[in-house]
Each structure stands twice: as structure tokens, then as C-alpha cells.
Design a protein around this ligand. Structure first.
Ligand code: CDP
Length: 230
């Protein structure tokens, strides 16, 4: 069947480079790119600021009640040629990538009501297709009908090293050991939670990029997309 625009779902473990692929694909095809993890991160930042998380334990009932007060948007930043995440009108793009949010996001993302609301918003964003979304449950729950599904992975050590390089390049004082521990802990929580755990959709293609360069990986994905657009 000839398609003019498709939906591309990219799922995988934390820090495996999903967003890098998704962003590059969106630029190449003029598609909208949505980082669904940024939405869970924004909810987590909101919860932290309202003191709804103590020692890793989330006050779920209060957070669920406050969900209607959380407005998440993506606005294009022409300087960076990418979208920034806004929480209730404030640009929180940098803050949501920092460790306090990373350390609390997985417990927040286990809450079924939070997920239902995020999924509703994500499906709305994809209703006209021409979208590439990355996350944990995009091919399984958000867009089970996506024309292309990728499941990206790499070893935990390689993923931690990439995240470490990314944060130190921004001048943040972080330790590799702490990041590796966070990556492994999030893998564990994301894969074992009850509500939409991270798992490969039956029809997803696996991309292990442990030993793959960015360009090589992009060309492979572009080829797969072109096949589906034919
Ligand atoms: O950037 P990184 O891959 O490390 O993580 P992320 O995509 O920013 O997602 C942060 C966290 O949000 C994940 O560890 C998951 O707990 C959660 N998440 C989710 O549950 N479902 C999604 N579709 C996306 C993220």
C-alpha cells in the first residue's frame, strides 16, 4: 500500500540513543518528533517541586488528583533546532535531564493513571501521522498500529558511558558509577512494572547499537522507512 506519512515507534532501554535516532529521522523526513520520556520527566519534576516524592516514594493519590494541573508542551527552539519541553509554560528542558528527575522518574512512570493521561496526549499528537515517537511503550500501547517499530538496545555499560559523556559535556559534575547504577535500576523498574512494562512488540525490529555509529544506524532506519513509504 502506498503511504504518504507513517508512524514510527522507537522503544528501548534508558540511554540507548533512541532520541538521537528519532530526532535525526524526524529532520530527514520532516516529521514531528516526540520524546515521550520527557513527558514522564516533566510530571516527575512537578511532583518533586510539590514535595510529593519523599525518599523515592511517590504520594500517588495526591499526584493523580493534581494531574489536570499539569500542562506539558513541546515548543520548537530554532537555535538548537529541536523542541524544548515546557511544564505549565516554563522551559524545563535542562532541569528534567538532571539526576534528581532521573532518579525518581521510573516510580512516577509506574502509576497507571499517569500513564493513561500521557498515552491519551501522545495518541492525540499522532492522529495525523508523520510522527516519530520514542519511549518504552510506543509500539506496544501508544501506537500498536505503527508502520515501523524499532526496539533499540545496547549494553548497560555503553549506555552509562554515553549518558556520562553527555552530562559532563554540559559541565555537570556526575560520576560514572552513579549513572551506571541509575541506568540499571531504571531498566529493572521499567521492565518489571505492572502497567505497560518495557518489552519488545512482537513486530518490532531489534537495533543493537552497541557497536554501531550514528550515521550507520541512521542509514539503516532511513532504508526501513523508505521501504514502508514505497
Ligand atoms: O533518556 P532515557 O532513555 O534515559 O529516558 P527517557 O526516555 O527520558 O525516559 C525516562 C523514564 O520515563 C524511563 O526510565 C521510564 O521509566 C519512563 N518512560 C516510560 O515509562 N514510558 C515512556 N513511553 C517513556 C519513558
Amino acid at each position: 500500500m502506498t503511504q504518504s506519512k507513517i508512524i514510527i515507534a522507537i522503544d528501548g532501554h534508558s540511554s540507548c540513543g533512541k532520541s538521537t535516532i528519532a530526532k535525526a529521522v524526524a529532520v530527514r523526513f520532516g516529521y514531528v518528533f516526540i520524546d515521550s520520556g520527557a513527558m514522564y520527566r516533566a510530571v516527575t519534576l512537578f511532583a518533586l517541586r510539590r514535595n510529593l516524592i519523599k525518599d523515592g516514594v511517590v504520594d500517588e493519590q495526591k499526584l493523580i488528583k493534581l494531574l489536570p494541573e499539569i500542562k506539558i508542551e513541546f515548543r520548537y527552539n530554532p537555535e538548537k533546532q529541536k523542541s524544548d519541553t515546557y511544564l505549565n509554560g516554563e522551559n524545563v528542558e535542562d532541569e528534567i535531564r538532571q539526576l534528581p528527575v532521573s532518579q525518581n522518574v521510573s516510580p512516577v512512570a509506574t502509576i497507571a493513571e499517569v500513564r493513561a493521561e500521557m498515552v491519551r496526549q501522545q495518541q492525540e499528537m499522532g492522529k495525523n501521522k508523520g510522527i516519530v515517537m520514542d519511549g518504552r511503550d510506543i509500539g506496544t500501547v501508544v501506537f500498536p498500529e505503527a508502520e515501523l517499530k524499532l526496539f533499540v538496545t545496547a549494553s548497560a555499560e555503553i549506555r552509562a558511558q554515553r549518558r556520562f559523556d553527555e552530562l559532563t559535556a554540559k559541565g555537570e559534575a556526575v560520576s560514572y558509577a552513579e549513572i551506571l547504577q541509575n541506568v540499571q535500576e531504571r531498566d529493572r523498574i521499567d521492565s518489571t512494572r505492572e502497567a505497560s512494562p518495557l518489552k519488545k512488540a512482537a513486530d518490532a525490529l531489534v537495533l543493537d547499537n552497541s557497536n554501531m555509529g550514528r550515521d550507520e544506524q541512521l542509514e539503516w532506519v532511513v532504508m526501513l522507512i523508505n521501504e514502508r513509504l514505497k
